[in-house]
Unconditional design. Sequence first.
Length: 232
Amino acid sequence: MAAGAIARKVLSLWFGAEIVGWCSRIGETDAQVDPTTVRADEVEASPVRCPDPAASARMEARIEEIRKAGDSLGGVVEVVARGIPPGLGDPVFDKLEADLARALLSIPACKGFENGSGFAGTRLLGSQNNDPYVLDGEGRIRTRTNHSGGIQGGISNGEPILVRAAFKPTATILAEQETVDVHGRPATISGRGRHDPCVVPRAVPICEAMVALVLVDHAMAHRAQCGEAHGA
């Protein structure tokens, strides 16, 4: 976590970038969060790190219900990195989204990764999923939408980088489950001690740290190859 904090500080100093993560889903409860405006203080104001107050309350209630039943819940952590300049990454061997996926999937209990529209993009046409380039009011070239999640061709394009990490329900639960013993005979097993009914809220700062480490690694590689750029 200390390394992640240092990486976030470097990104802030070099680019004015900020990284914010939150719980976007726990169980069947989805949050409605705008990644372009969400703030860290809004996330930390929620016990489950969900900045949507209505969804946060439902998530809390569901976790407590499942805890009493001796079971567990999974969910999704979403992370946005705003202010990352274009040009970080590589089109083949060090694709930015591939390195982000490797980092997030290295977190225990993480079982899925998405960037931008992710799997939802498979339901769209190319004309719907593409991000048209436009000139904004300040004379900058931007994309009208951000289905690519800030990464195109393995390289950052200057738009907010948006990723999601899916976490499975905690494997060790207090409810009794079927298994077999060392001789292959039917048996039952149940967890003992302290086990979280949902690890997703605690995964938020870990995901933020992993994203920061990947981005600062690519930023350092870019500086080594191209020299200082983008005011860094």
